[in-house]
Design a protein around this ligand. Structure first.
Ligand SMILES: Nc1ncnc2c1ncn2[C@@H]1O[C@H](COP(=O)(O)OP(=O)(O)OP(=O)(O)O)[C@@H](O)[C@H]1O
Length: 577
């Protein structure tokens, strides 16, 4: 049962056990609230028998105090098992999701956008937190306690029990029937919320481009439509809940009326005593309260299936795993008849074979979209090929645990990701245990001194979210410094110096040439000047190798590479008039 609960509600084992305890606590709490009713039953019985005297007074005083203590104790227990346990579980759930995301192949992120994933970790977890503390245990507890109390009523008088309890199956049936409709409404509401969150995020991220293109007003019209859609779906959802919940509540209320009618008629016939009639009136006035309270939250209870579904999509997604020991004999990277597509439709790389040798620089050039960046992504196992094999020193990288494999790589991408901390800490990301001196040395090699020293706190200056306070070239130099610091045996440089001016690029190229000695280097660049000194240049065209050789050999071939060089030389003479 625990395992089923774990999957049904995306819970940890501890969380599933806490949920069971929470339901038990709520059930016991509802039953405990019946104790004062029993006391009142005896009290009225004594009154009808001629009054309360002597030891009976003490009995009622002790009984009342006992009821108070019992309800206080059980409520305290119920609070701990539902509320406190839920907060712990929410933390565990967020960490589990984040850990899982770390291991999921990047292809998953292509299908999901950031707003969606952030919302799963934050908003969905919060929705479940509320549901597991406020709604689900009381709802399940009210179902169980109502059935238990109802069953015990049959011992007193089955006719009266039937008159009071017929409403329960009818109310349950209405709730059950509503589940499908509610689920659909809740799914639609979630879709509208996601589209809205997406729109807001996109708007914030692209505010500069929107302003530059004078497109703010048009964009905001679309965004307002998305916000309206959220409101409309929320109203529909609430309306759907109201219809079913109000119907179920009205049916439950009818139970009080039929109990009174049946009791009155049996009393008149003389086949029911006043005390039993009184007991039933008392019990039915309390019996449905927990259920009615729980029904108010029916929409939230049903909609958590949507939240859980979104979490399970992450939790059940296959991970990229593999062995943790490295068995490579050297650091040659070999692509052996590799075919790959991002969307399983159009192949981006087609039967590509090459070897990037250790101690050599292998450069990739080619038209935009020809697959250069994809080669570097596959080489680092960000994605796995659809066919063929990629090896490092003879070791099939598809069988190596991705984080272990990445310990062999220093990677510099054109799109640098920086964190909202100091320059020092951003560079230290290359090697966590590096000393301050080592970080500063790497920074110096990447020519970071030139800008860091001008900042108010030097290398300790906070650089804002994703380095927003730095220029493109400065951000790229931090990324290069990370690679210097990591000093891994394989280096992937994807447009690593594209944002640098000529002076900086020359300086960093010199430092890079020291870094790359004896290493396997793959360089991707648009500037032919950047790759001219490479040991081997591979020209990609539509995912296939079109040419291969040194710059000199390729110029002689007078093919794509020679044409690209010619065009770039011409473009240097261009002016905008
Ligand atoms: N994450 C992705 N999901 C789907 N398609 C992608 C993805 N990344 C790249 N592509 C597609 O794969 C093809 C090759 O892209 P890639 O980035 O490897 O080319 P490139 O040669 O590096 O281009 P550029 O020189 O413009 O950077 C392109 O058609 C591109 O649209």
């Amino acid at each position: 049962m625990i395992e089923k609960l774990q999957h049904r509600y995306a819970l940890s084992e501890r969380g599933a056990k806490d949920l069971v305890q929470g339901v038990i606590a709520c059930t016991v709490q509802n039953i405990a609230f019946m104790f004062p009713v029993s006391l009142l039953y005896f009290f009225v019985g004594d009154l009808l028998d001629g009054g309360i005297h002597g030891s009976r007074i003490a009995f009622y005083v002790v009984g009342a105090l006992f009821c108070l203590a019992l309800i206080y104790g059980i409520t305290y227990w119920q609070y701990n098992t539902t509320f406190l346990a839920t907060y712990v579980e929410t933390g565990t759930r967020r960490i589990t999701l984040a850990e899982k995301l770390r291991k999921i192949p990047l292809s998953f992120f292509g299908k999901k956008d950031l707003a969606d994933l952030t919302s799963t970790i934050m908003a969905d977890c919060t929705a479940l937190e509320t549901a597991f503390s406020h709604f689900i245990p009381p709802f399940a507890g009210s179902l169980i306690s109502t059935v238990l109390i109802a069953a015990s009523l049959f011992f007193f008088d089955w006719r009266m029990a039937a008159a009071s309890l017929w409403v329960l199956p009818v109310a349950y049936a209405i709730v059950g029937l509503s589940a499908k409709v509610q689920q659909k409404l809740s799914d639609k509401s979630m879709d509208a919320k996601m589209a809205c969150a997406d729109g807001i995020q996109e708007c914030i991220e692209s505010v500069q481009d929107l302003k530059a293109n004078n497109a703010e007003a048009d964009y905001l019209v679309g965004l307002y439509d998305k916000i309206d859609a959220v409101e409309q779906q929320a109203v529909k959802c609430e309306f759907g809940t109201a219809v079913f919940v109000t119907s179920a509540n009205m049916i439950l209320k009818l139970g009080i009326a039929t109990t009174a009618l049946a009791g009155a008629s049996l009393l008149l016939k003389g086949s029911l005593d006043v005390l039993t009639f009184f007991l039933f009136l008392l019990v039915v006035s309390r019996l449905y309260d927990p259920m009615q309270a729980a029904l108010q939250n029916l929409a939230a209870i049903i909609s958590i299936r949507t939240n859980v579904g979104r979490m399970n999509e992450i939790l059940d997604h296959p991970v990229q795993d593999g062995r943790e020991e490295l068995t490579n004999r050297d650091y040659d990277i070999k692509f052996d008849h590799v075919t790959f597509s991002y969307n399983k439709k159009e192949n981006v790389l087609k039967d590509l074979s090459f070897t990037a040798k250790q101690g050599e620089v292998t450069a990739f050039v080619g038209p935009s979209g020809s697959g250069k960046t994809t080669v570097s992504r596959l080489a680092a196992r960000f994605w796995d090929p659809d066919a063929g094999k990629i090896t490092v020193g003879g070791m099939d990288i598809a069988k190596i645990e991705p984080e272990t494999l990445l310990s062999l790589y220093s990677i510099v991408f054109q799109d640098v990701t920086l964190f909202n901390s100091s320059i020092m800490e951003n560079i230290r990301l290359g090697r966590k245990d590096a000393t301050d001196e080592e970080v500063l040395e790497a920074a110096r090699l990447a020519n970071c001194d030139a800008f860091a020293e001008k900042l108010p706190k030097g290398y300790d200056t906070e650089i804002g979210e994703n380095g927003s306070q730095l220029s493109g070239g400065e951000r790229q130099r931090i990324s290069i410094a990370r690679a210097f610091l990591k000093n891994a045996p394989i280096i992937l440089l994807d447009e690593a110096t594209a944002s640098l001016d000529v002076e900086n690029e020359t300086m960093i190229q010199t430092a890079l040439s020291r870094l790359i000695r004896d290493k396997t280097v793959i360089v991707i660049a648009h500037r032919m000047r950047t790759v001219a000194g490479a040991d081997k240049i591979i020209v990609l065209s539509e995912g296939q190798m079109a040419e291969e050789g040194t710059a000199e050999e390729l110029l002689k071939q007078d093919g794509i590479y020679a044409e690209m060089v010619r065009l770039q030389n011409q473009s240097q003479g261009w002016t905008i008039v």
